[in-house]
Design a protein around this ligand. Structure first.
Ligand SMILES: [Zn+2]
Length: 431
């Protein structure tokens, strides 16, 4: 267990005793064969073995009949931002109080769990300490939410984006300042480091084309992050920023929508094991495509300035082409919604744009665990892995849209304990 994840792994109470999930269809998160009429034995929060439904219930285990349902690893969201903000206040209503937003943080996290997301990697938050605060509250039992990882503040050169997103950025200039910025995030409880190698086209002032950090600055970020045993994640839109990120050995590339134009870079990523997080849903959101899956079937209603909204449509085409090219090139692909509660939609959208259902589900389980560095603990359903599980009504391989329907999210287990889902609500229990 990595020493730096104490609050992620060690503290949540483990389901005491043994649980026998029997009659299940099992999707194991690795892309291997789906097993029918299987059974899963969970022992003290850990998957003990995969068996057969014909076997008798092991001694001392509590049986749970899950016939007609699919048991899979809990979903892992690899790229999201904690919004945690109060919706627009009514004119004339009492002004926002200082602590109100924290309740929305909690509601957001519970919402992820209810949708089957048991682990989430936050790649930036406008209230920079909100993820750590929520994690601490969960650790001491205030509420149940996904285990969460945070980058703390995103490390960026001094750039226009620094004016757009509250406390989300730590601007740093010069190699020493970048190194210090890495250390500051670790000091503040970050689980990984994120750098902006290019500007972000979620605002109208940044340019996603040039590399935003100098060679020396990016080298310092990579060296300090890896030297201290952490993983490095790069926001990289333009190809120059992607190339620099690959050259300096980042572990995950976020967005990278133009990479299909450079097969050599995709090859380098496949060879190095660099994970791509395509974040298609971010482009849908910016283009004003709401909850649709097939963009050809919807009229966009963008809230963003027209220039950004039309660029988002272009970037969606580019990102979709990169998704297919990366998959063909053997690049590891992780699912990241980039919008609140976007994981299920991202899976459906990846399928719409060319992945098979099995590939998209692996992107949201086994490969997402690899992206966040917890693949030895999470993401696949095999003996020894933590029993963070999702049980769906029906088969998400045949009917992936069930993942965006909370009524079909039958049961969510964390460390073997049922914590959310339709089954609990039908029994009058709410997470
Ligand atoms: Zn993002």
């Amino acid at each position: 267990m990595p020493h730096r994840f104490p609050a992620l792994i060690a503290d949540p109470p483990r389901g005491a005793g043994r649980l026998w999930l029997t009659g299940a269809r099992v999707f194991d998160g690795s892309g291997g064969r789906v097993r029918e009429d299987a059974a899963v034995l969970v022992d003290d929060g850990v998957i003990a073995r995969i068996g057969d439904a014909a076997e008798p219930c092991p001694q001392g285990a509590r049986p749970l009949d899950v016939r007609g349902r699919t048991v899979m690893p809990g979903l892992i969201e690899a790229h999201a931002h904690l919004a945690g903000r109060v919706p627009a206040m009514r004119p004339g209503a009492e002004p926002e109080l200082p602590g109100t937003a924290a309740h929305f943080v909690q509601a957001e996290l519970r919402g992820y769990l209810r949708r089957g997301v048991t682990t989430i990697r936050f790649t930036g938050s406008s209230q920079s300490l909100a993820p750590q605060e929520a994690r601490q509250a969960m650790r001491y039992g205030a509420f149940r939410g996904p285990r969460l990882l945070t980058c703390g503040k995103i490390i960026s050169a001094t750039a226009p984006g620094g004016r757009f997103y509250g406390q989300m950025y730590r601007e740093a200039d010069g190699a020493d300042d970048v190194r210090r910025a890495v250390r500051e995030q670790i000091r503040a409880g970050a689980d990984f480091i994120k750098v902006m190698t290019t500007g972000a086209r979620s605002n109208e002032l940044e340019d996603p084309e040039p590399v935003q950090l100098t060679e020396a600055e990016l080298a310092a970020a990579a060296d300090e992050t890896h030297r201290l045993g952490y993983r490095l994640c790069a926001h990289a839109e333009g190809l120059a920023g992607c190339e620099a990120a690959i050259k300096h050995g980042v572990d995950t590339i976020e967005h990278g929508m133009y990479l299909h134009q450079r097969p050599d870079m995709l090859e380098a990523m496949a060879a190095a094991g660099t994970v791509l997080v395509p974040t298609l849903s971010g482009y849908y959101e910016m283009a004003g495509l709401g909850d649709v899956i097939d963009p050809a079937k919807a009229e966009p209603h963008p809230a963003m300035p027209p220039m950004l909204a039309s660029l988002a449509l272009h970037n969606l085409d580019q990102g979709a082409a990169t998704l297919r090219a990366a998959s063909r090139a053997g690049v590891a692909i992780a699912a990241g919604g980039d919008v609140v509660h976007g994981t299920g939609l991202e899976i459906c959208r990846m399928i719409h744009h060319g992945l098979t259902a099995a590939e998209a589900l692996v992107a949201a389980t086994g490969t997402a665990a690899r992206a966040i560095g917890l693949h030895e603990q999470l993401g696949t359903l095999e003996p020894g892995r933590l029993a963070d599980l999702l049980i769906t009504d029906g088969d998400p391989l045949r009917e992936p849209e069930l993942l965006i329907n909370p009524a079909r999210i039958w049961l969510v287990l964390q460390l073997g304990t049922p914590v959310a889902g339709q089954a609990l609500e039908a029994a009058g229990q709410y997470c």
